[in-house]
Design a protein around this ligand. Structure first.
Ligand code: SF4
Length: 436
């Protein structure tokens, strides 16, 4: 017998027994954290990735040789290559996705192990959790994003990187449509009887009508009350239909991607309309029961464009403190594309950013919206930004930062010097190069 406190081996993770994940291309990986060299190793005998958009795709990929080996490795106490991210974090003392999953899905460890065949096969009826990144259909084209997550970026990328109109990588990304296929949604219907957690991200999942249709199927099957539904969304849209669908589910949790306050958010996450985001956020707070929205967490990707003005976004959120809103955003340090990282910035801008972040903390010390573990995580993340920014100098990529910025500005009719006047000297000084 196993319980969450006593998994069957020190490297055991419940995810390959209970969770199905597909990335924007519809390709199956063990989970979103499986990003090592072998992250795309879940392939069939012909070397083709297992895909959730093929007939029977989830069943085939779930018990592939790769997945069976992964389970055997974990039971034997080995650290699978594909799981490097989790184990690296644990070695640094950071709580990993694996450790969290072994708690949140821990009730299923014993049953899933009992159902495991000697060759590592696990029945698909053990799948309790699904996480689907519904392709690259998005209504935004964020500066730090890529056509893998938003196909609207393809024309700008062709210009910025000098790609031919028939560049095969862009053509393939333009054609991603598995999330609109009957095969994918039929595969999902087969999961309805046992699901407990259902997570959609994208692209922008709230603009995919079939994802809402699927919720109606879950409700018709009488399973919605047993399922926690969650999304990563840019909140530029909030379809009316959700008020008739979401209340049937056990809970609805949203992670809202915001990278700046008002015009800065639009500059980075173009062409997001801040007033609409604010209206939707207010609706989710003031009519939380109508939406059955129990938790809203903002995620902010900390990057060169926003590190000087994070406090304005933080204070906007503090002014919207509510029972269903986590007042402190989750701060994710951007590492790719490396030219947009905070580490590329000149020393004077880094110093100004650090000064403003410290002033923000001083201003709120003693009167934070909520005390406790979440506040500690938030303030230590702010310390981490300052340490990271100072500890790493990648200013050799500054010309690339400027080149990309000018390319986006030209394509969008924007000017960084208007939105971020602190950058004006940098952009006035550095000469224009080809394509910039
Ligand atoms: S150990 Fe980490 S990367 Fe591997 S399956 Fe578990 S959660 Fe995913």
């Amino acid at each position: 017998m196993s319980d969450p406190a006593h998994p069957p081996s020190p490297t055991y993770c419940v995810i390959p027994w209970t969770h199905v994940f597909a990335d924007e291309q519809g390709q199956m990986r063990p989970c979103c954290m499986a990003i090592g060299d072998r992250s795309r190793a879940n392939t069939d005998a012909d070397g083709r990735p297992h895909e959730v958009g093929r007939p029977g795709g989830i069943t085939d990929g779930w018990n592939s040789a790769f997945m069976r080996d992964l389970r055997h490795d974990m039971l034997a106490g080995r650290r699978p290559d594909v799981c490097t991210q989790c184990f690296s974090e644990e070695d640094l003392g950071i709580r990993s996705y694996r450790q969290d999953a072994n708690v949140t899905l821990g009730a299923h460890i014993t049953g899933a192990l009992a159902a495991t065949a000697p060759d590592g096969t696990v029945p698909t009826t053990a799948i309790r959790s699904a996480d689907f990144r519904l392709g690259n259909q998005c209504n935004l084209r964020c500066r730090m994003c890529s056509p893998m997550s938003s196909k609207l970026l393809i024309p700008e990328w062709r210009t910025m990187f000098g790609l031919a109109d028939d560049d095969p990588r862009m053509t393939a990304l333009e054609r991603i449509n598995w999330f609109d296929s009957d095969a994918f949604w039929d595969n999902c219907v087969a999961l309805i009887p046992q699901l407990e957690k259902l997570h959609f991200a994208g692209g922008e999942p709230l603009i995919i009508p079939r994802a809402l249709d699927f919720l109606a199927q879950v409700i018709a099957a009488g399973r919605a009350q047993d399922i926690v539904l969650s999304y990563v969304t840019n909140l530029t849209t909030l379809p009316d239909r959700v008020t008739t669908l979401w209340p049937a589910f056990r809970e609805v949790k949203l992670v809202v991607s915001l990278d700046g306050y008002d015009a800065l958010n639009t500059f980075i996450r173009f062409p997001a309309n801040w007033q609409r985001i604010d209206t939707h956020l207010r609706a989710l707070i003031e009519r939380s029961a109508d939406y059955n929205c129990t938790k809203i967490t903002v995620n902010t990707t900390v990057q060169a464009y926003n590190v000087l003005h994070l406090a304005e976004l933080f204070e906007y959120l503090f002014a919207r403190t509510a029972p269903n809103v986590v007042p402190y955003p989750r701060l994710t340090l951007l590492s790719w594309p490396s030219a947009l990282s905070v580490c590329v910035l000149p020393a004077d801008i880094k110093a100004l950013a650090a000064e403003r972040l410290r002033a923000f903390v001083d201003r709120w010390n003693g009167r934070w919206p909520v005390e406790g573990a979440e506040l500690e995580r938030f303030t230590s993340a702010i310390d981490g930004i300052i340490t990271h920014m100072r500890g790493s100098d990648t200013s050799s990529e500054l010309p690339e930062f400027v080149r990309r910025t000018r390319a986006f500005d030209a394509a969008r009719g924007q000017d960084i010097r208007v939105i971020l006047p602190e950058f004006a000297p940098l952009f006035d000084e550095l000469p224009r190069t080809a394509g910039a």
